[in-house]
Every structure is written in structure tokens, then in C-alpha cells.
Design a protein around this ligand. Structure first.
Ligand SMILES: [Zn+2]
Length: 456
């Protein structure tokens, strides 16, 4: 998983209540107005609180859901604003329009057919869609039992939702699949399955299931939960894999998720911490969550195939200054100050502003020549702005100069499960429950009880 940055839209402040004059008549006249304004302000706050999270608030945790009849579905966006896609369905399927009404078709399968969106209607090859259908801007294709769908050459297990994008001739493709099927593609995308120990794979499966469940709960009112790759997603490898190790790791932990105080939390993970994982408050959240509070890890640096057990980088300051100004100028938190500082003049220096108890840098100070002179930035945002290949981890030291020298250990944001550390623990004979207890202290493993045929 690449770093998952939580970006919350800021809440608009309620209108400021006007100052009243000291004149008693004015005070009396304004009392009603003040009360009305205060009530309006309160109402505004209430509305905004429901609709969006204020930036000063925090990651909302979700109560453990259930009971379950079937495995929960996750919605994966696999094509965004595509001009056209090729769609194939391997077996019998049902077709529904945007209102949920079934469109009667009698085809047993669908050979690769182009899907386009024109004049507010989706067209799927030569499929005889009902011309007077209520809503052909959205279609759902539901394969029967063992059927799979193929989208422009990539195979997915699940239903496909085609969503025409209003005002354009493009479409989104969203695959709805059960969370256990999804996890098989995540394990294939996230870890070197062939080399990884079974207990490390089980630990990854439980962390990834928790993470996926968290975001599917959180994004329930959006048209999809997450993508296949990128900063905000777990890496998902398409294809219906029949890898025995993946099936075993997923099946043997079926339905198991981590909770903290009976709440589902975002169980972040990363490649290697370099000796100590970091409290999520230093990277993603403001609210402290014990399960994401950080832990010692003596395993990842001992892994012989961990290329980032220790590293050294020299980076020209001009490169650092350019990338920070470019990548962070639109950041909701530091963007406005960064734009002021770097308007027509480059940054002058980067300093360490704060460290975690274990020595990891948690905040940098970027300093410019003028007024306002500087801005504090979360260290992981600096790492991503400079580039994760150039600055693999913030678990490092920094020596300024015309070229800045960084010496450190690890790769990734450092929150939650350390993948190389999990592998090291498994080699030491620890089971997945012990591995998870190390990286998610105070968490519990809870099982979502649902019946689902095992993948074979
Ligand atoms: Zn580690």
C-alpha cells in the first residue's frame, strides 16, 4: 500500500456574531438579531458536521458491523472517466438499468463488446437495451454463479457497474466483489507471496481485510470505496488467481478483522519501519488510537532481502525546494502558506522541527526568505513530495548543505504493520495473532460470521 493520506475538507466557520455597540438601545435592538444569528450559526455547524468532517476533527471510527448473512461487498473503481472499455462476461448474466429494473436479455455469455456513453445512454456492443428504459446512464451486470467479467483484458470476480459521467462522453467502471475475493488480489499485489511465510500472509490478510472494511464503511455513501492502486488504495492485482498460499491465508482467517474498543479502525501497513513503527498521529490522524500508537520492531532490518534495511541519500537542495513548492502548494493544510512563501522566490532551507521518541523525524520546517518566513510540514508529506524513492522513510537523520544528506532505515510511512517485520516474526515462529498484537497493540481479532464457500 502506498501511503494513505487522510484529507478532510475544512468546515466553513459559522458567521461571526457582530459586535454590539455599548449603547443600551442598540443592545436591546440587537439582542434578537444576535440570538437569531447564534441559532443560525449553530444550525450551520450542525449541518456541516453531518455532511463533512472538519479538518480539526479526526478519523471517524466505525462500530463493528453485523450480523452478516453474506460477506460484505467492496466496490473497486477499475476505470475512471474512460472513453470506452471492452467488456466480456464468461457465463450467463443479468442486466439492470439505473433504476434497478431488470433489462430482459437471453444471452448466455457476452463476447468482448465495446462499452460507450453517448447522449446520456450507455451502449454495450449490440446488446438490445430497452430504448425506453428509465435510466441507461447506469447499468449493472450481474454474472450468475461462477461467472467472471473481463474489462479491457483484466479479469474480475464480481458484478460490474457502468456509470456514465454526466456532461461528458466518458464512463466509470466499478466492480462489486465480496471482501474475501478482493483480499486474494490484494495479497497478490501487496506482498511477494511465494517468498512470504504463511503466518505473515495471514497477518497481512487480517490487516488488509480490516483496512478494506474500514474504507467501505466510511465511503458507503460514495459511488465506490477505493481504487486498485495509488496513494489511497491497497494494491490490487486483477485476475482470478488460484494460488494455494493465498487461498489458505484468506480462507483460514475468513471474516477476521481487528477492532480497537469494538471499533473498526484503518489498519495501515507499510514495507519496513527500520526499527520502530510510528504513532499514526504523526502521519495521518489527530486522534490517538492505541492500536496505531507505534511499536518496537527488531525484525525488518534483519531481513536479508530488505533493500531498505539502511540507506543513504544525497539530494540537491534545489530539487527539494522545487518539489516541496510544487507538490504542496495545493495542500489543504500547508498550501496557502507555502504559496505565500514561495511566490517568486525559492525556499531557502529545510530543518528538522520535531522527532518521535525513537528518533524518527515527524515534522520539518521549510523556511523561505520573506514574511511569512516558514511553514511546518508533516515529515511524511515532505517524503512524498520529494519522492519516496529519493527519501524512502522519515526514520532518518538529515545533514544540510548544498546537497542534503539523509541517512536512515526503512521504507514507507511507518504506521501500523511492518511487512518485512511480520515476515521476520513469522520466521521466528510467531503466529499471525502474535504478529498483529505487536503492530496493533490493544487491538482484538473479531470474526465477522458469514457463510461463504471456500475458494479452491
Ligand atoms: Zn519493522
Amino acid at each position: 500500500m502506498a501511503s494513505r493520506r487522510e484529507i478532510f475538507e475544512g468546515t466553513e466557520l459559522p458567521p461571526e456574531v457582530q459586535r454590539t455597540s455599548r449603547d443600551p438601545e442598540t443592545i436591546r435592538r440587537n439582542v434578537t438579531r444576535v440570538v437569531v444569528l447564534a441559532v443560525a450559526a449553530f444550525a450551520l455547524v450542525a449541518i456541516f458536521s453531518c455532511r463533512q468532517l472538519p479538518r480539526s476533527e479526526d478519523v471517524p471510527l466505525h462500530a463493528f458491523p453485523g450480523p452478516f448473512k453474506d460477506a460484505p461487498k467492496v466496490r473497486l473503481i477499475v476505470r475512471q472517466k474512460a472513453q470506452a472499455v471492452n467488456l466480456a462476461v464468461t457465463g450467463p448474466f443479468r442486466l439492470y438499468d439505473g433504476s434497478g429494473a431488470e433489462i430482459p436479455i437471453t444471452m448466455k455469455r457476452l463476447a468482448a463488446a465495446p462499452v460507450t456513453f453517448r447522449d446520456r445512454c450507455l451502449a454495450v456492443g449490440s446488446l438490445p437495451l430497452r430504448p425506453n428504459s428509465e435510466d441507461l446512464g447506469r447499468l449493472r451486470i450481474v454474472p450468475e454463479k461462477s461467472g467472471t467479467v473481463e474489462i479491457s483484458g483484466q479479469v474480475f470476480p464480481g458484478d460490474v457497474e457502468l456509470i456514465g459521467v454526466r456532461g461528458t462522453s466518458t464512463l466509470h467502471v466499478v466492480v462489486h466483489m465480496d471482501i474475501e475475493e478482493y483480499l486474494c488480489g490484494v495479497l497478490a499485489g501487496e506482498v511477494p507471496v511465494d517468498r512470504w511465510n504463511e503466518e505473515a500472509l495471514r497477518a497481512q490478510a487480517v490487516a488488509s481485510r480490516t483496512y478494506a472494511l474500514y474504507y467501505s464503511l466510511r465511503n458507503a455513501s460514495d459511488p465506490w470505496d477505493f481504487g486498485m492502486t495509488g496513494r489511497e488504495a491497497q494494491e490490487y492485482r486483477p485476475g482470478v488467481s488460484r494460488n494455494a498460499k493465498i487461498n489458505l491465508a484468506v480462507n483460514s482467517t475468513r471474516g477476521e478483522v481487528l477492532t480497537w474498543n469494538n471499533m473498526i479502525f484503518p489498519a495501515w501497513f507499510h514495507s519496513s519501519c527500520g526499527g520502530h513503527t510510528v504513532d499514526a498521529t504523526a502521519v495521518f490522524t489527530r486522534r490517538h488510537i492505541d492500536a496505531l500508537g507505534g511499536a518496537e520492531c527488531r525484525w525488518c532490518r534483519q531481513q536479508p532481502d530488505n533493500k531498505y534495511a539502511s540507506w543513504k541519500r544525497d539530494i540537491n537542495f534545489t530539487v527539494i525546494a522545487d518539489r516541496l513548492a510544487k507538490e504542496l502548494s495545493d495542500d489543504p493544510e500547508v498550501g496557502p502558506t507555502m504559496r505565500k512563501i514561495t511566490k517568486n522566490k525559492p525556499l531557502r532551507s529545510l530543518e528538522v522541527a520535531e522527532k518521535a521518541p525513537d528518533g524518527r523525524i515527524t515534522k520539518f520546517l521549510a523556511r523561505g526568505p520573506g514574511d511569512p518566513g516558514s511553514v511546518e510540514i508533516r515529515a511524511n508529506d515532505v517524503r512524498l513530495a520529494i519522492g519516496p524513492s529519493e527519501l524512502p522513510s522519515t526514520n532518518c537523520s538529515m545533514t544540510p548543505g548544498s546537497r542534503y544528506r539523509f541517512e536512515g532505515a526503512g521504507w514507507g510511512h511507518g504506521v501500523g504493520l511492518c511487512q518485512f517485520g511480520a515476515q521476520g516474526q513469522a520466521q521466528d515462529g510467531r503466529n499471525y495473532q502474535e504478529i498483529l498484537a505487536t503492530y496493533f497493540p490493544s487491538s482484538r481479532i473479531v470474526k465477522m460470521a458469514y457463510s461463504l464457500p471456500e475458494r479452491r
